[in-house]
Design a binder for this molecule. Structure first.
Ligand code: ATP
Length: 912
């Protein structure tokens, strides 16, 4: 029998005792520590990682570096030792810089992966707690619920309507209905082990409890881990496009270099010198640092996003974020605070006000100003009983769970769904608590909440063996399942008049922006029904509870920002239409022209009609997750780039189909998180807007250093090309070209990658996703600045050379200094899509530091005597420096003037 199927034909008690655990208590900390030491952490071994040494060696494998090394060899053989040594030094420096860039990029990427580490709910020392899944050990008792990724291999000891999707393991995409019973036969294939749940599979329905039997590499997933370890390369479309561009640039640079070399030789230059110049030029002209800098810009941008609570799961979405034109957001918890308080109850035909706020169970019940006690009001008492028993949350007082408490100022907190927490609080206000009721009632079966059904029920039994079904859910849904109502404390038939009284009250409460739940019960005789539809019928309606869920403070501003940025906000909620509209109006989502549509209206609408209206619908109410997919598709058909939030299992398809799938970090299920490309650590809508702003700024920064690097390279090639055409001597010697390349490709470009966002980042329309990287002035900038840098460097060279043709080294020194300085001035021009004067140069400190150190290095190679022969430089005088300064400032200033003749189109996108 295979090790994996060992426990399937054991009784669950035997499994527990085999692992030395009491399922009611779980393991204790000392025992878990011992076991962890023995079996190690619950992790799959990581795939092969590139070691730093290999990464460093890889730098020398680059084609261009090999060409350079060959050139060094040639120089060495020809006896040009200074050249050879200097080139080697530069190659090594270049490799170190490349290594640093790549290492940093790699480190930031692996830090990102750690952030999405899974957790597990485990029973330790008799208490449920949430721990990192890697801390699980065999024998741990864990709970599973719909939406969870299974954190280890477990033998189920309790399963309630539990369905697990095991396609990651078996390839079977239909979820398997799990059981806690022992199977008659032990040796069955993986797909038939119905009382086991395996690491990496997903619970899509129901709940369960299990004993961990295997962890880490011992799990079924661990056995096939080598199959799935091919770590996904996270390349963005832009990175791919840049890779292609890089290939084109290599060909162009090589062709131009060949032309320069040939022209030089035809004009009588020494073949060896031209060969060396050609090789250096080719190396300089190819922007080999580009991919690494793009990765760094993306990775550092992603880290800035993390600081703002947005966790990127898929790198390509960083780019897409900048194109987002519609955000579809859930209401509860994302636009609102998810801090529910029941303020109104309606039962027995009367409205009851509830005082108190937050989770503190202190408050009173009043009817028209008169205090009432639930103990003396049977309908109110029954309502609270249903609310507290048909409930999976826990109300905890501060200190009970020690370390887990985050908000010190709050005395009470809720573990579980905030809606259910609010019900426990209102129960406690009326002295109806889980502790008190647990003496009378025992839960026999649960029919879990799901957002499709919009309700939840439990079957409970009292000491006398009498059974009851307690249900709660969306009032309009629950009312349809009721045939009776509690009236004057007695069960009476639900007449049409009573039905419309309930509906009216519900609408009246909803128009006060309250989120309403209804409660019902029935007596139950006989065995428990397996299907919820059997239990949830012929119910007795008890009443309604309305809870406030205040909008988040910062969301109003975020929605205003979106409007300025050309991004539309759409609310999609499972809540009642009237509640949804009230909140949407408070937040400014619903304007006069905006439409509101309910799920059932959407269901009735034809596809064409919906398509016509989709641009005007601002609020979708009482929708099911399946509607979300329809909404995403219709918006995409209109050319929108759609960001869609979700938290439940059923939201996953819509999250996947959207351009930017967003999951909730706090309330979201593992399934929704895995489908998403962005996770909100604080579940907050405003975080989406912050992420979009970062996304736009990251893309802007990539454009900035592309315009910097490419214009610099164009300048370098042009100086040499024009000099050869004009029959002049080489204006730059190879070592100088390599130096320029090292100094400009390196630090300043990296500093541009972390440039702070421009103030108007969120005043622009979203970028069109098909836009070229050279659009909106970047191509123009590269051409004009590149041309001018080349021309001015050559001009400076020519003036000095013309005066003293014998002192070629002086003219070359001037050309060298002009080229470097021109690029270091131009780098500030790249920071703004407007003129160089638009932004203070001091607002990017790393850039100022990078430029200052480049200038210092330039002075070093020009004035430090031992370096002068290596770099073919001489100390320059005042007049020559004046020439250098004018020659290097001119490209940026003159091209800036040229821009005024051709106003750079700043607003992008056809959506305007
Ligand atoms: P949003 O979609 O904006 O998050 P929502 O939380 O109201 O809004 P769902 O969670 O799908 O959306 O809930 C839909 C409806 O189901 C709610 O309006 C409420 O009436 C009902 N409901 C919510 N939570 C529960 C629960 N735990 N038990 C029973 N019914 C619930």
């Amino acid at each position: 029998m295979s090790e994996g199927s060992r426990f399937v034909d054991w009784e669950s008690e035997r499994v527990a005792s085999y692992f030395g655990v009491d399922p009611d208590m779980g393991l204790d900390e000392a025992e878990t520590r011992k076991r962890r030491e023995k079996v190690g952490p619950n992790q799959l071994a990581e795939g092969q990682k590139v070691s730093p040494v290999v990464m460093l060696i890889n730098q020398f494998k680059d084609f261009m570096v090999l060409v350079l090394l060959a050139a060094t060899l040639v120089s060495g053989l020809l006896g040009e030792y200074t050249d050879a040594v200097a080139i080697i030094a530069i190659v090594v420096l270049n490799a170190i810089l490349g290594f640093v860039q790549e290492f940093r990029a790699e480190k930031s990427l692996s830090a990102l992966k750690k952030l999405s580490a899974p957790t597990a709910r485990v029973k330790r020392n008799g208490r449920w707690m949430r721990i990192p899944a890697s801390d699980l050990v065999p024998g741990d008792i864990i709970s599973l619920e719909s939406g969870d990724r299974i954190p280890a291999d477990v033998r189920l000891i309790h399963a309630e309507n539990l369905y697990i999707e095991e396609s990651a393991l078996t390839g079977e995409s239909v979820p398997v209905n799990k059981t806690d019973a022992r199977l008659p036969q032990g040796d069955v294939p993986l797909g038939d082990r119905k009382n086991m749940a395996y690491l990496g599979t997903m619970a899509v329905r129901g709940t369960g409890i299990g004993v961990v039997v295997h962890t880490g590499m011992e799990t079924e997933m661990g056995r096939i881990a080598h199959l799935i370890q091919s770590t996904e390369t996270m390349q963005t479309p832009l990175q791919r496009r840049l890779e292609q561009l890089g290939k084109i640039l290599i060909v162009v640079a090589l062709a131009l270099t060949a032309v320069v070399v040939l022209t030089g030789i035809i004009h009588g230059h020494e073949a060896y010198k031209m060969f060396l110049a050609g090789v250096s030029l080719a190396v300089a002209a190819i922007p080999e640092g580009l991919p690494a800098i793009v990765t760094i810009a993306l990775a550092l941008g992603v880290q800035r996003m993390i600081k703002r609570q947005a966790i990127v799961r898929k790198l390509p979405s960083v780019e897409t974020l900048g194109c987002a034109s519609v955000i579809c957001s859930d209401k509860t918890g994302t636009l609102t605070q998810n801090k529910m308080t029941v303020t109104h109850i309606w039962t027995d035909g009367r409205q009851v006000q509830v005082s108190g706020s937050g989770y503190e169970p202190a408050g009173e019940f009043t009817i028209q100003g008169q205090k009432v006690k639930p103990a003396s009001n049977p309908a109110l008492k029954r309502l609270l009983e249903v609310a507290v028993l048909c409930n999976n949350a826990e109300l905890l007082r501060e200190g009970e769970k020690g370390k887990l408490l985050r908000r010190k100022q709050e005395k009470w907190r809720v573990d579980g769904d905030p809606t259910e927490g609010a019900l426990l609080v209102v129960g406690a206000k009326g002295e109806v608590t889980q502790e008190r009721l647990s003496g009378d009632w025992k839960r026999v079966k649960e029919y879990p909440f799901d957002s499709e059904r919009k309700m939840m029920s439990v079957l409970v039994e009292n000491r006398k063996g009498e059974r009851m079904v307690f249900s709660k859910g969306a009032p309009d849904v629950l009312l349809n399942k009721c045939t009776h109502i509690l009236n004057n404390g007695r069960k009476t038939p639900l007449t049409d008049a009573l039905r419309s009284q309930v509906t009216e009250t519900n609408e009246q409460l909803a128009s006060m922006a309250l989120r309403n739940l209804a409660f019902a019960y029935r007596e139950w005789k006989g065995a428990e029904p397996q299907r919820e539809s059997a239990a949830e019928r012929e119910l007795v309606f008890v009443g309604l509870a309305g809870m406030i869920d205040p909008p988040r403070e910062e969301v109003k501003d975020a929605i205003r920002t979106c409007r300025r940025a050309g991004i539309r906000t759409v609310m999609i909620t499972g809540d009642h239409q009237i509640t949804a509209v009230a909140i949407a109006q408070q937040l400014g989502i619903l304007t006069d022209r905006g439409l509101t549509v309910t799920g059932s209206e959407l269901g009735r609408m034809g596809d064409q009609e919906f398509q016509k209206k989709v641009n005007d619908i601002h609020v979708y109410a009482r929708v099911s997750p399946e509607h979300k997919l329809k909404i995403v598709k219709a918006l995409q058909k209109e050319g929108h780039v759609v960001a869609m939030t979700g938290d439940g299992v059923n939201d996953a398809p819509a999250i996947k189909a959207s351009d930017i799938g967003i999951a909730m970090g706090i309330t979201g299920t593992d399934v929704s998180k895995e489908a998403s490309s962005l996770v909100l650590a604080d579940d907050n809508f405003a975080t989406i807007v912050a992420a979009i702003e970062e996304g736009r700024s990251i893309y802007d920064n990539i454009r900035k250093f592309i315009s910097y690097l490419l214009a610099s390279n164009v300048g370098e090639i042009l100086v040499m090309f024009m000099a050869m055409l004009a029959g002049l001597p080489l204006p730059l010697v190879p070592i100088q070209i390599l130096w320029v390349n090292l100094v400009t490709d390196g630090l300043p470009a990296m500093a541009l990658g972390v440039d702070p966002a421009e103030e108007d980042t969120m005043d622009r329309q979203p970028r069109n996703s098909r836009e070229s990287i050279f659009a909106r002035g970047v191509g123009w900038k590269i051409l004009t600045r590149g041309l001018m840098i080349g021309a001015c460097t050559l001009g400076a060279f020519w003036m000095v050379y013309n005066e003293a043709p014998d002192d070629l080294v002086r003219a070359q020194s001037v050309a060298f200094a002009t080229l470097v300085m021109a690029q270091l001035i131009y780098v500030f021009d790249c920071r703004s899509s407007q003129s160089i004067f638009h932004r203070s140069p001091l607002s990017n400190k790393p850039l100022v530091l990078a430029v200052l150190s480049s200038v210092m290095l330039l002075f070093g190679v020009m004035y430090y005597p031992p370096l002068q022969p290596v770099f073919h430089t001489v100390s320059l005088g005042f007049r020559e420096w004046a020439l250098v300064i004018v020659g290097s400032a001119l490209p940026t200033i003159a091209a800036g003037l040229l821009d005024t003749l051709r106003p750079v189109r700043r607003l992008a996108g056809s959506r305007g």
